[in-house]
Design a protein around this ligand. Structure first.
Ligand code: EPU
Length: 418
């Protein structure tokens, strides 16, 4: 198992580029199941979750050709409409094939995901939505089986709570359903908007993506498309925090600042200078001592839960007390104990973490428990005194493309050891 060895204390300086969004690329890949025509996707990040999704699609019957950041997919025929436990247990986003498979071939068999490091994460809302669209669903042997032999019918689906992949799954199911579907209380995340753009290019009729009401008029068939995935706002945000926490001056290029508003506002309140020299670059500089600022995670456009762990690392270096509240997942504070091993002062009380700073962090052996928790440990290690060894970095490889090379490129002392 690979580890990162990081010697802290260097201010990061220079430019670091943003890769394509993992969480936009995953549903875009699944959308290729909706047509027998070629779908070309550009700026696909080279991360493990993407490889897992490509493997799943190949098993289902998709031809997948990868050339650098471009992936060409063609699903002339669905051979096996199934997402097996072996894949779903390593990546919950595998359930994104459920909607497209039922829409394209009238049936799907998808493993239930089981436990997860950050919370229960059921897929009941995906199932509820498909039932509204007329699918018959039953559960057996840890799998859900969905059937719609005569096709899906448009319907109104009111989500009980906001779900990102649930909204995407239903949108993909509805584009080939008969008649109109209305998704209410839909997720407004930029990744949903990006998927809608791709589907519209394929011939789907969708209005309102990016708002909480999405209207979809079903069509008989979809065509191919050539689509460029949006930049990864979570990767970009992680780099902005890296610049701030190391007292550096870092330009994050190739990002979409409109997707990073909630983080930028918090950074500015904390005393970090954030400028936007051009449409796709954000530059951070943190000359003054950082101030503690409370933060609560929310659905977009609120502060992303996927940046909560990284923000907590930053707050260990800020003057005062910051209350960090996690409202999206029940158990997303695993990094707090590891940060405490490095010297952070963090008290957990249910949904909130109380972070008192600034604290001198010192290098230690720590364990990455999930993707974003690992990123927060990398950030803490960059500012810690001495050497930190982060174990189980396969978590970080799920969603960050060559993070050690990108950080080393702006001055970090980080290496991967096997
Ligand atoms: N929920 C339900 N029932 C459902 C679906 C969700 O109760 O059927 C609950 C979840 O348990 C959670 C909340 O609703 O408490 C929100 O979950 P959501 O469905 O929005 O999460 P997701 O779609 O499974 C995506 C991202 C996550 C990100 C969340 C929240 C992808 C592939 N994953 O997950 O990304 O944290 O939205 O923004 O898009 C990551 O990249 O590290 C990551 C975990």
């Amino acid at each position: 198992m690979d580890k990162f060895v990081i010697a802290g204390g260097t201010a990061l300086e220079g430019e670091v580029a943003t890769s394509g969004s993992k969480n936009a690329a995953l549903p875009a890949l699944a959308a290729a199941l909706l047509t027998d025509k070629p779908v070309i996707l550009r700026r696909i990040p080279k991360v493990r979750d993407i490889r897992t999704m490509q493997r799943l699609l190949v098993d289902i019957g998709t031809q997948v050709e990868v050339a650098d950041e471009t992936v060409q997919l063609r699903t002339e025929r669905i051979v096996c409409p199934e997402a097996p436990y072996e894949l779903v247990k390593t990546m919950r986003a595998s359930s994104l094939v459920l909607g497209p498979l039922v829409a394209r071939c009238g049936r799907a068999r998808v493993s239930l995901p089981g436990g997860c490091a950050i919370g229960a994460r059921p897929i009941n809302l995906h199932i509820f939505g498909l039932e509204q669209l007329g699918a018959r669903i039953h559960q057996e042997h840890g799998y859900i089986e969905a059937q719609a032999p005569d096709g899906l019918r448009g319907a109104t689906v009111h989500f009980d709570r906001i779900t990102v992949t649930g909204t995407e799954d239903l949108m993909m199911a509805a584009v080939l359903a008969k008649g109109e579907t209305v998704l209410l209380n839909a997720a407004r995340e930029p990744e949903v908007g990006d998927l809608a753009e791709l589907l519209i290019q394929m011939g789907a009729r969708i209005e309102g993506a990016g708002t909480s009401t999405i209207r979809i008029q079903g069509v008989d068939r979809l065509e191919g498309a050539d689509h460029r995935i949006i930049p990864d706002r979570i990767e970009a945000g992680t780099f902005l925090i890296a610049g701030a926490i190391t007292n550096g001056e870092l330009a994050v290029t190739g990002c979409n600042p409109d997707h990073l508003g909630a983080l930028v506002a918090k950074l500015q309140q904390a005393g970090v200078e954030v400028r936007q020299p051009d449409a796709t670059t954000l530059r951070v500089r943190s000359g003054v001592p950082l101030r503690s600022v409370d933060m609560t995670t929310e659905e977009f456009p609120g502060f992303a839960t996927d940046l909560q762990a990284q923000y907590m690392a930053l707050m260990t270096q800020a003057e005062g007390i910051a209350i960090v509240v996690e409202t999206i997942f029940e158990n997303r504070f695993m990094h707090a104990q590891e940060l405490a091993r490095m010297g952070a002062n963090i008290r957990l009380e249910g949904k909130q973490a109380i972070v008192a700073g600034p604290r001198l962090l010192t290098g230690a052996g720590v364990i990455a428990s999930d993707l974003r928790a690992s990123a927060s440990l990398v950030l803490a290690a960059l500012v810690a005194k001495g050497e930190t060894v982060i174990d189980r970095v396969y978590h970080i490889d799920r969603g960050y493309e060559r993070i050690e090379a990108k950080l080393a490129g702006v001055g970090a002392n980080i290496r991967r050891v096997e």
